[in-house]
Write a protein that binds this ligand. Structure first.
Ligand SMILES: *Cc1c(COP(=O)(O)O)cnc(C)c1O
Length: 429
């Protein structure tokens, strides 16, 4: 038995499912997980010494690749100054200045420890600010695992077919209304039916938790207008997209500015960080200025802030990097598409900027109802075949391949070759 399997056997006895986040269990790709020993650049190594090209990138944060020397130095220097104080420190101010300068409409920001905390808190603030209870989210959009957002929420819940979750009281989700992404009429109807009762609309401006779905700018524009007209707080969940699509996120890219925004993933450079922010008027609701309570023992942790600052400073004015990341994804897209033709496999490639998904369906992918037509069993076979070729893809159909700066042309060309091999095997079924 290999070491990963040995570890998994031990893990399942002491950790539910052997993992600390469900998708990591590799259940939806019909195998046991690999356990990682270390990672460097675009490569990740398992405990059995196998090397893989990594397209998970810790689900986005490792935008400069693993174990970047400059970033590691920053972390070591920060460690030497103390890991956590529980009283304010200079790096918290610096981080807040960087985020508020980077993101249009984000005048104030509060640091938290995860994306889940960011969205949960933003919704509390939006409710406090508007004095209303109901919220709208979109089918297939994931905003972390807080109770009121755990409804038709994509990512692992979609993979495991969880509409909501046991343990979430019906009373908690009765204020959560679900609309269809890219369908403005579904939003209009819901607002009409709940006139004056909706506090906020939360959305992934580019959905990345049902796989990548390209945004519809006109839909986003109408969403902005309808929320303005109805005094509804518009929240962009940019936990994936923030600082990935562009330095100013989707707000800059679409030139459509939300009232509030949530960050996570990249802004911690691999350490546990989240943030939520918005207009000063709204953020002034937050304790201790306002009455909406939200706190955190490790929030603004100096180690995490130092790492985040270093990552964001390196991304700033780095248009070249964003173009390079997109080009890597584009190259993969083109390669995969030509392999689809060569092999006759029923699949489509969905890409937006440097976010990429391959769906085993023949439908054009514009939203939730399209992505769920994917053949997840086929994805499982594809995943395993790619893993054999030493390529680590997200271990679930409804996730994104994340590019990082260290991914070389050679890595990409190799990936395209392996993809053709996998498709050829698949076309036999
Ligand atoms: C990952 C993610 C979250 C949750 O972040 P965690 O740090 O895992 O709690 C929230 N929203 C989106 C869009 C995400 O992709």
């Amino acid at each position: 038995m290999n070491k990963s399997n040995e570890l998994f056997e031990k893990a399942v006895k002491v950790i539910p499912g052997g993992v600390n986040s469900p998708v990591r269990a590799f259940g939806s790709v019909n195998m046991n997980p690999i356990f990682i020993r270390n990672a460097k650049g675009s490569y990740i190594y398992d405990v059995d010494g196998k090397k893989y090209i990594d397209y998970i990138s810790s689900w986005g944060p490792m935008i400069f690749g693993h174990c970047d020397e400059e970033l590691n130095k920053v972390a070591i220097n920060a460690l030497e100054k103390g890991v956590s104080y529980g009283v304010p420190s200079d790096v918290e101010v610096e981080m807040a200045e960087i985020i508020t300068q980077a993101y249009k409409g984000c005048e104030m920001v509060r640091m938290v420890n995860s994306g889940t905390e960011a969205t949960m808190s933003a919704i509390r603030v939006a409710r406090g600010y508007t004095g209303k209870d109901k919220i709208i989210k979109f089918e297939g959009c994931y905003h972390g695992h807080s109770d009121c957002l755990l409804v038709k929420s994509g990512s692992g819940t979609l993979t495991f077919n969880v509409q909501t979750s046991p343990g979430v009281p019906v009373d908690t989700v009765k204020h959560t209304l679900v609309c269809e992404y890219n369908n403005i009429d579904s939003v209009k109807e819901t607002i009409e039916k709940n006139k004056g009762e909706i506090a906020c609309i939360i959305i992934e401006p580019v959905p990345g938790n049902m796989g990548v779905v390209a945004p519809n700018i006109e839909f986003m524009r109408e969403l902005r207008k309808i929320t303005e007209d109805n005094n509804i707080v518009l929240i962009y969940d940019e936990v994936i997209t923030g600082f990935r699509l562009s330095y100013g996120g989707a707000a800059e890219l679409f030139d459509i500015v939300p009232d509030m925004v949530c960050f996570g993933k990249i802004i911690g450079g691999g350490l546990p960080v989240g943030a939520y922010g918005g207009k000063s008027e709204i953020m002034s609701m937050v304790s201790p200025v306002g009455k909406v309570y939200q706190a955190g023992t490790l929030s603004g942790n100096p180690l995490a802030m130092s790492m985040g600052i270093a990552v964001l400073n390196r991304l700033k004015n780095n248009q070249k990097l964003y173009i390079e990341l997109e080009n890597k994804a584009k190259k993969l897209e083109e390669g995969f598409k030509s392999n689809i033709e060569l092999s006759g496999v029923k699949a489509v490639v969905s890409r937006y900027k440097s976010m990429l998904s391959l769906f085993f369906t023949d439908r054009e992918v514009n939203g939730y109802s399209d992505v769920v037509t994917s053949d997840t069993e086929k994805y499982a076979k594809y995943f395993q075949s790619m893993l054999k070729s030493e390529i680590l893809l997200p271990p679930a159909q409804y996730e994104v391949m994340f590019m990082n700066a260290t991914l070389s042309d050679k890595d990409i060309e190799y990936t395209i070759k392996a993809n053709l091999k996998a498709f050829m095997e698949l076309s036999k079924y």
